[in-house]
Design a protein around this ligand. Structure first.
Ligand code: FAD
Length: 379
């Protein structure tokens, strides 16, 4: 068993950290306060070669694995999770094309994501179907060579800024099983009949774009079907099994960032005439925080390693996402507490980490959904 990262992986990790430190810190507060999507930052990250690195080389990416992708996500989230997500999730949804798309779809849709020419969205959740993915009702009905889409999607990351989206639609409403009703279809974002409404007032990750999208008689060529018709639910579960590793990596990064800031703060802040850090009660809290970060990192890297080496383990990935997300929330809370009143003010970053962390327990499957996956494996 070897827990060492390779030299290339360490270089990538270092490069991602330096990029985020230099480019994220000056704009993080403003993007958070103003709910501003950092378009220039995203372009710069593409130019630096840090976006879409998992995309195979023949489609413009670096062709690296989930470990490398997780390392970049972790380092970005360590500085600012919202900006990290805004930049790296510009490819969110395209993994469906990587996994199940035709050669033509891969050639058309993947390179622009790496080059900074296009942003993707994954549109699965609906106003009445979130955790219950198979409850999605958006319809795609065949009409000649096309599908006609009707329905609505909720909480879609990149919803108003994307160039195309991967949409979960019902194509076989009569199927006996609800999990055999759906297909995944690529939809160009400027297609007539699409309405996008930005959702304002998010608690955290406010630099990311989130939208409600409605489809009204949207015409899409049937060649935009991804993979097999009516197998979309299973394809999507495969997608989530992989992308949950990224959510786990966000939790590791945010947790590490909260710890970094707290270690610095307790050495500077004095109470009763001496630095907070000299109190053993404070040191114990930091020790507990460091242990949680390391455990979350271990399980996340293991999940990524297994995915890279052909041993994808949905139960382990669910554990990684659930544990890392819950730990990030706990870590951000500890960090804020140790910053006292200053931690509660937005001049200090920990309050943003506290707000950002919570989404890790909700999106890409609420933690209860992860526990369902884990429990299923136990029986
Ligand atoms: C900022 C943000 C970004 C998002 N980005 C995307 C995106 O890009 N694409 C996309 O498709 N979706 C996206 N989502 C949607 C997200 O994945 C869903 O919100 C999530 O899956 C939960 O669905 P829901 O909100 O409908 O909650 P519900 O399904 O209504 O569940 C509510 C709560 O009940 C609990 N719960 C639900 N079912 C059970 C059960 N069976 N047993 C026990 N407890 C249960 C959970 O705690 C859950 O949080 C995003 C959401 C947010 C807030």
């Amino acid at each position: 068993m070897n827990f060492e990262l390779t030299e290339e992986q360490k270089d990538l990790q270092n490069m991602a950290y330096k990029f985020a430190k230099k480019e994220f810190e000056p704009i993080a507060k403003e993007c958070d306060r103003e709910e501003k999507y950092p378009r220039e930052l995203w372009k710069k990250a593409c130019e630096t070669g840090l976006v879409g690195i998992i995309i195979p080389e023949e489609y413009g990416g670096a062709g690296v694995g989930w470990i490398e992708t997780a390392l970049v996500m972790e380092q970005f989230s360590r500085i600012d999770m919202g900006l990290g997500l805004a930049v790296l999730a510009a490819t969110f949804g395209s993994e469906n094309i990587m996994l199940y798309g035709t050669e033509e779809q891969k050639k058309k849709y993947l390179p622009p994501l790496v080059n900074g020419e296009a942003i993707c969205a994954g549109a699965y959740t609906e106003p009445n179907a979130g955790t219950d993915v198979a409850g999605a009702k958006t319809r795609a009905v065949k009409d000649g060579q096309d599908y006609i889409l009707n329905g609505s999607k909720m909480f879609i990351t990149n919803g108003t800024i994307c160039d195309f989206m991967v949409v979960l639609c019902v194509t076989n409403p009569g199927a006996e099983s609800r999990t055999s009703q759906h297909s995944l279809i690529i939809v160009e974002a400027d297609s007539p009949g699409i309405t996008k409404s930005k959702i304002h007032g998010k608690m955290g990750i406010r630099a990311t774009d989130t939208a409600e999208i409605t489809f009204e008689d949207v015409r899409v060529p049937q060649e935009n079907l991804i993979g097999q018709e009516n197998k979309g639910f299973y394809q999507l579960m495969h997608f989530f099994d992989l992308t949950r590793i990224m959510v786990a990596a966000q939790g590791v990064g945010l947790g590490q960032g909260a710890l970094d800031k707290t270690i610095q703060y307790v050495q500077e802040r004095k109470t009763f005439g001496r630095p907070l850090a000299v109190n053993q009660g404070v040191q114990f809290q930091l020790a507990e925080m460091a242990t949680r970060v390391e455990l979350a990192r271990c399980i996340t890297y293991k999940a990524a390693w297994k995915a890279d080496y052909g041993q994808l383990d949905p139960s382990l990935n669910a554990m990684a996402k659930y544990y890392s997300g819950e730990s990030a929330v706990w870590l951000a809370d500890k960090a804020l507490q140790l910053h006292g009143g200053y931690g509660y003010i937005d001049e200090y970053d920990v309050q943003r980490f506290y707000r950002d962390a919570k989404i890790l327990e909700i999106y890409e499957g609420a933690k209860e959904a992860e526990k369902m996956t884990i429990a299923r494996r136990l029986f």
